[in-house]
Design a binder for this molecule. Structure first.
Ligand code: PLP
Length: 447
């Protein structure tokens, strides 16, 4: 199928393509096809995709049923705006509500960033319509990533991604993350009084609760370094939000749709969010789609409010019928094939098997949440000095040589470049997992 050789494609790539995160990538992998957990490049080399693309190909590559669901829908009704409605949109909204286990109203967009923008706008307008127009601030966490647009990037707690684009949207502030390995409060879990959660109470008081609209967080910080909170953290934050009349937005863009070993990541902690955002895994990355699910009680306030109080937000492509039909099929297959349980099993197995590198001098900490894993690399296990960037790059390069794709969090910033990430598809077989762990071990052995 690929009649052009790699050199000629690379030449065109250099001339015409502006890559994400870097304008020029001298030697990108040029993917051609994929199946299960594996991706083949134009030269026929086959790689195990330890990152499911960008943490999104949950069900795995090459599922014919998803292509067919989109194809059938495109033939029947390719497009219709959601100022009105359409059948796959209605069915998908119902399915999302069902998975959330409560009555939520679902607003569709195209990307995780947009889903979060929608959440911020709904939170602000909700408070206005409830007679508290001074509530506009959104509290997020350092290290979190919530997207690339001006509001979602403002919520992001990674200065290096933001500083060349500032000023961003006003009204966003950050608290330290629940990062037990390097506790920002200098405490040890067990005797810490959960200061990382209590800090919300302080910050909301200091800011004046009547100015705070919402808190946004992922169930576990993923791209910011796989920072898994203690089990009491989310319930405590929920309690603090309730005490101050602040909405809780949970960003399930990565953790959602089975990746955490539950339908949604927050379900591991027994909390009910006010707003849930999702993208990536909702279509397993096959087509762009995202959703902002809003608790019925909050959504009702927009219905009741009457003319001029509606949610003034529209986008042309959000909730495209083919994307909705594909997402619905994706969720149905995940259910029918027991893939959420499989993700949980794979996550446990991956963490257990990674014990082979636990004592390596450059491994400081291994953290996992469902089928998401982070390996924090250090120079020195005692001092926890972060591993030098070239060591991290070496492991990634050695994995690539052995035909396995492994991820890395954040940018090359001191103390924020040193966490390797793994989030393979749910279609990963036991043999694939053994291969993945063997490659990780061999790659660390080269250091
Ligand atoms: N939220 C989280 C937690 C993410 O990881 C991402 C993307 O990686 C986003 C939001 C933004 O999603 P998108 O890239 O689809 O805009």
């Amino acid at each position: 199928a690929h009649t052009e050789n790699k050199e000629s494609l690379l030449e065109k790539d250099r001339t015409y393509m502006w890559h994400h995160m870097s304008p020029y990538n001298p030697n990108p992998m040029i993917a051609a096809e994929s199946k299960g957990a594996w991706v083949t490049d134009v030269e026929g080399n086959v790689y195990l995709d330890g990152m499911s693309g960008l943490w999104c190909v949950n069900i795995g590559y090459g599922r014919q049923e998803l292509a067919e669901a989109a194809y059938e829908q495109l033939k029947t009704l390719a497009y219709f705006p959601l100022t009105q409605s359409h059948v796959p949109g209605i069915k998908l909204a119902e399915k999302i509500s069902e998975w959330l286990g409560d009555e939520y109203r679902v607003f569709f967009s195209n990307s995780g960033s947009e889903a979060n923008e929608v959440a911020f706008k709904i939170a602000r307008q909700y408070h206005q319509q409830k007679g508290q127009p001074s509530r506009y601030k959104i509290v997020s966490r350092y290290r979190a990533y919530h997207g690339n647009s001006m509001g979602a990037l403002a919520a992001t707690g990674q200065g290096v991604r933001k500083h060349k684009y500032e000023p961003l949207a006003p009204g966003f502030l950050h608290v330290p993350p629940p990062y037990c390995y390097r506790c920002p409060f200098g405490k040890t879990y067990g005797s810490c009084n959960l200061e990382c959660a209590e800090v919300y109470d302080q910050v909301i008081n200091w800011e004046c609760a009547e100015t705070v609209a919402a808190v946004i967080m992922e169930p576990t910080i993923t791209g910011g370094g796989v920072i898994v909170p203690p089990p009491e953290y989310l319930p405590k934050v929920r309690e603090i939000c309730d005490k101050h009349g602040v909405l809780l937005i949970i960003d399930e863009v990565i953790c959602g749709v089975g990746r955490s070993g539950q339908k949604f990541g927050h379900q591991n902690f027994g909390v009910k969010p006010d707003i849930v955002t999702m993208a990536k895994g909702i279509t397993s990355g096959y087509l762009p789609l995202s959703a902002t699910a809003v608790r019925a009680g909050i959504a009702d306030c927009f219905n009741e409010a009457g003319i001029n109080q509606h949610f003034r937000h529209i986008n042309t492509f959000g909730g495209n019928p083919a994307a909705c039909a594909l997402a619905l099929k994706n969720m149905e297959l995940i259910e029918e094939e027991g893939l959420i349980q499989r993700a949980e099993e794979l996550g446990h197995a991956l963490r257990a098997k990674l014990s082979v590198i636990e004592d390596h001098p450059n491994v400081g900490d291994i953290r996992s949440f469902g089928l998401i894993c982070g390996i924090e690399m250090v120079e020195n296990r005692e001092t926890k000095e972060p591993a030098a960037p070239d060591k991290v790059a070496q492991v990634i390069g050695e994995c690539k040589k052995r035909r396995m794709i492994i991820g890395k969090n954040g940018d090359t910033v001191p103390g924020f470049h040193n966490i390797l990430t793994l989030a393979p598809p749910f279609s990963t077989t036991d043999e694939d997992l053994d291969f993945l762990v063997r490659v990780v071990k061999e790659s660390f052995d080269t250091l």
